[in-house]
Design a protein around this ligand. Structure first.
Ligand code: FES
Length: 587
């Protein structure tokens, strides 16, 4: 079993330095009176003393975010830890996003969630933060917000669910939805069987049990140093999740005492460590936009090329869906994230510290692998060299990405004619048309799905294959888009093409029948169309037609300010940090 890492935690010494919350609670003036009086409500008499760290538990629990529904129980465990260490805990519900629930796409709201969180972290009497996340966008938004306000902070990853089964087979949530729906479309299982599997898909509390975006971002948080080492991947129903949550509550009080902030932890080397970790676990392509956005908040100069360079040569060791066979529960049983990272310890920088003040690599000794069919040995990895490949060319001047671990190897070098779809609706309307002129060698091109074009960059890059090809036994094709892809999806899917079509990128100029050349080894993505022809196409009315722009609300603000995928799709005015100071007071 996994060893419990909390024994290594330093003990808390209450701070002697000035606490931020004293700006609310200390003193005899009327404002301090007001701040204290309204907060008392049963707190111990000394709870608002100047020496008591005030800890906010940023809680993404919501009945509309099913993967995070259990986080109120987790928050209670954190509270106990905070009290035990001499701090004062507060539950702070924050914007939450249920990946499977919100329309038109959860990514439209990641930056809104991060902005709202940041503002509330700054506006309240908070000395330290415990960040409770789980479902895909929640940990990225929490980290972006915490980085911008730069208060001591720790992530509690809410944990994956247990494995469900259907007709004797383990179900990977997400991945098996895509697989079973394609099987039903191909006619190899019945529609009724497909629908019956729905009851078995979600077995317990927790987030998706594949190495999808939620699991990936938990690993990212740990590799960045933002969790107690050994926490990521702890299943949501496992009692150790609550134990580690208690420990996190204790540790945040100590972090406040030490004034150990995200800017001390989130160094460039920490981001490079996270890229290595994502590669070793065969993690989600979504980690690219999230890591770029988090890096932007702390002023770390991280580029797409860093993903290619730092991930190059990193073997995939986790035999987990969607790249492999097993699920997160199996990873934990096999030794967990620390056992896996120990295998690639030599590829990790020893310098970045974690929330405990000690480097991550200090925790990477003595974690045996108990099942090497789940965590492959370094000497015989699942895949030699995976990571994320960054492609450039006249189709993606600012870059596009592909995850070779999830692709079909012979399609990584491919030339084929484009079949172009103008939007996700156009694709859905025509993909199964028996008259669609498409073969297994065709390249499916989807545009209008980038940050501005959709808007919100939905996870539709893994387009379904045309039914007539499925019926012929085709199970993968080259697909190219300015969209993202679910971390639970797979296939030879080239994503995040930048600039997107709606931002004037050449993706908007591709026509059905154009030859597209994909060379993943050579890192290029090219359409066989002359520069002269592309210039002429750019002048056509269709190319100049604007994507319908939202006229009000968040969507307008988003479209007016969202950056392209190659820099993390954050809003341009949210890049960087404003820190925690608040200079004015209204009372
Ligand atoms: Fe929440 Fe997959 S839908 S983690």
């Amino acid at each position: 079993m996994n060893s419990h890492p909390s024994a290594d935690l330093p003990s808390a010494d209450l701070p002697s330095a000035h606490l931020r919350s004293a700006d609310w609670y200390a003193g005899d003036d009327r404002n301090a009176y007001i701040h204290r009086a309204w907060m008392r409500r049963g707190l111990p008499e000394d709870a608002l003393d100047a020496s008591k760290p005030q800890i906010a538990i940023a809680n993404t629990a919501s009945d509309y975010t099913p993967c995070n529904m259990h986080l109120n129980e987790v928050a209670d465990a954190v509270k106990q830890g905070v009290w035990a260490a001499g701090g004062v805990p507060y539950n702070l519900p924050v914007v939450s996003l249920g990946e499977t629930q919100v329309k038109p796409t959860a990514m439209l709201w990641r930056n809104m969630a991060a902005m709202a969180m940041e503002e509330m972290f700054r506006a309240n009497a908070i000395d330290g933060l415990v960040l409770l996340g789980g479902c895909d966008k929640t940990i990225p938004a929490l980290l972006m917000a915490a980085a911008s306000v730069d208060l001591p902070a720790i992530v509690v990853p809410g944990g994956p669910m247990l494995t469900g089964h259907f007709r004797g087979q383990a179900l990977g949530c997400g991945t098996d939805v895509w697989r079973l729906s394609e099987e039903a479309r191909a006619g190899t299982i019945s529609e009724e069987q497909f629908l019956r599997s729905e009851q078995s898909m979600i077995r317990s509390k927790g987030h998706c049990n594949t190495m999808g975006t939620a699991s990936t971002m938990a690993v990212v948080a740990e590799a960045l140093g933002m969790t107690i080492p050994g926490f990521a991947g702890t299943p949501a129903p496992d009692s150790r999740l609550l134990s580690l949550s208690h420990d996190t509550g204790r540790l945040i009080v100590e972090m406040v005492a030490q004034d150990r902030k995200p800017s001390d932890i989130l160094t460039r080397d920490a981001f490079l460590n996270a890229i290595v970790a994502v590669a070793a676990v065969g993690g989600s392509t979504n980690s690219v936009v999230h890591l770029l956005a988090i890096a932007g908040r702390v002023g770390v100069d991280l580029t797409l090329e860093d993903f290619d360079a730092a991930g190059a040569g990193v073997p995939v060791l986790a035999n987990l869906q969607p790249s492999g066979r097993f699920l997160m529960d199996d990873l934990y049983r096999a030794g967990g994230v620390l056992a896996l990272l120990e295998q690639v310890k030599d590829l990790l920088s020893p310098s970045p510290i974690t929330v405990t003040g000690k480097p991550l690599v200090d925790y990477l000794d003595g974690h045996p692998v108990f099942d090497d069919t789940v965590i492959f040995p370094r000497s015989a990895p699942l895949m030699d060299d995976a990571g994320i490949a960054v492609l450039r060319g006249n189709l993606a001047p600012q870059g596009a990405i592909v995850k070779p671990a999830a692709a079909t190897s012979h399609l990584l070098q491919h030339v084929g004619p484009a079949v172009v779809f103008e939007s996700v609706e156009d694709m859905r309307a025509r993909i199964d048309d028996p008259d669609l002129d498409v073969t297994a060698d065709s390249v499916l091109v989807l545009r209008g799905c980038g940050p501005r074009g959709y808007p919100g960059m939905p996870e539709v890059g893994n387009m379904p294959l045309p039914r007539k090809l499925l019926e012929q036994g085709v199970r993968d094709m080259v697909r190219i888009s300015d969209a993202r892809m679910s971390g639970t999806a797979y296939g030879t899917v080239i994503l995040h093409v930048a600039p997107e079509a709606a931002a004037g990128g050449p993706l908007g100029l591709v026509r059905t029948g154009d030859l597209i050349r994909v060379d993943v080894e050579g890192r290029s993505l090219h359409m066989e169309v002359s520069d002269e022809e592309l210039r002429a196409r750019r002048q056509t009315p269709a190319a100049k037609a604007a994507y319908a722009a939202p006229v009000r609300g968040w969507a307008k603000l988003y479209v007016d300010h969202v950056m392209q995928a190659d820099t993390g799709a954050d809003l341009d005015f949210l890049v960087g940090s404003s820190g925690a100071p608040v200079s004015r007071e209204s009372h």
